[in-house]
Design a protein around this ligand. Sequence first.
Ligand code: IPM
Ligand code: MG
Length: 359
Amino acid sequence: MECIVAALAGDGIGPEVVAEGIKVLTAVSDRFDHRFTINEGLIGGCAIDATGTALPDATLDMCHKSDAILLGAVGGPKWDDPNAKIRPEQGLLGIRKALGLFANLRPVTIHPLLLNASPLRPERLQGVDLVVVRELTGGIYFGEKDRGRDAHGEWASDLCIYTEAEIARIVRTAGNLARLRRGKLTMVDKANVLESSRLWRSVTTRIVNEEFADLQFETMLVDACAMHLIRRPADFDVIVTENMFGDILTDEASMLAGSMGMLPSASLGEGRMGLYEPIHGSAPDIAGQGKANPLAMILSVALMLRHSFGLGAEAHAVEAAVFATLDAGVVTGDIARPGQEVASTMQVGAAVAERVLAA
Ligand code: IPM
Ligand code: MG
């Protein structure tokens, strides 16, 4: 099989983790006899420095011509001026929107050896296996923004707007996913306060009644969900929610898995093209030191193999290699137990690649 992959490393630890993702992808091509053509492009802060924009046309063109995109991370203190007109994050938001990648899947599973890496008590984590399906191209992230000043001082506003069609398509994505899993769907909103949430609730309830009556369905307020994710995380199967709630809840959920460095994500649209990235950010404090955990990126490569290329066995081989690497105790500092030897980003990537080759 021949596939074209755009690799957008971005800023901070992005280049380090993407390099390990590519190392593992190369191992997959050697082991399973596929051809992946990898083209590199700029996005985020490094793109601003080189071209004056966070998402250069050349990058977008390259992505349009690719079968899938691997993305590291964007942002950093250098570009953090809150008054700046051009920001690294515009690159990420821009590419999600331009490619119509409205469904962001963020799975959370826990490796038994990492039970102690989580700040939660291990017994709370038994059986945790959930996916957050986050709407990615609408809501307050993309609504009109405004800023002004009047006699009382400055004001600012961000519009949170959703259409019925935007809600319906993401609910169908989540419903279909729940059907392939344990058959439970939780829709998270703030319908006691927000009008947009009341639309989410009515559209979701109608679609579930009409098309997904076989699922066990519940609605939950976002503040309650934040609590239940800690109190009884194993009860969740598929959570579907709007853009900003999904952003916040998935950082929280990452602590179930012990580290932000463990959680991959897939951003999908109508076709097979997808963007695959870790949920973590650019971690400028540890950039360039070989300390970053590459497993979220490597697990994102597995999601790419499965969702965009239909290579389920290859995806499984990568995931199995990740688990075997954890079993062998080759881990970065974020998930090491006290006294356990700490491996570098490159050592962890090499350990996974080696196990893929031996699969
Ligand atoms: C994420 C990130 C991004 C988001 C930022 C970097 C714009 O936090 O992917 O979760 O808010 O979507
Ligand atoms: Mg986030």
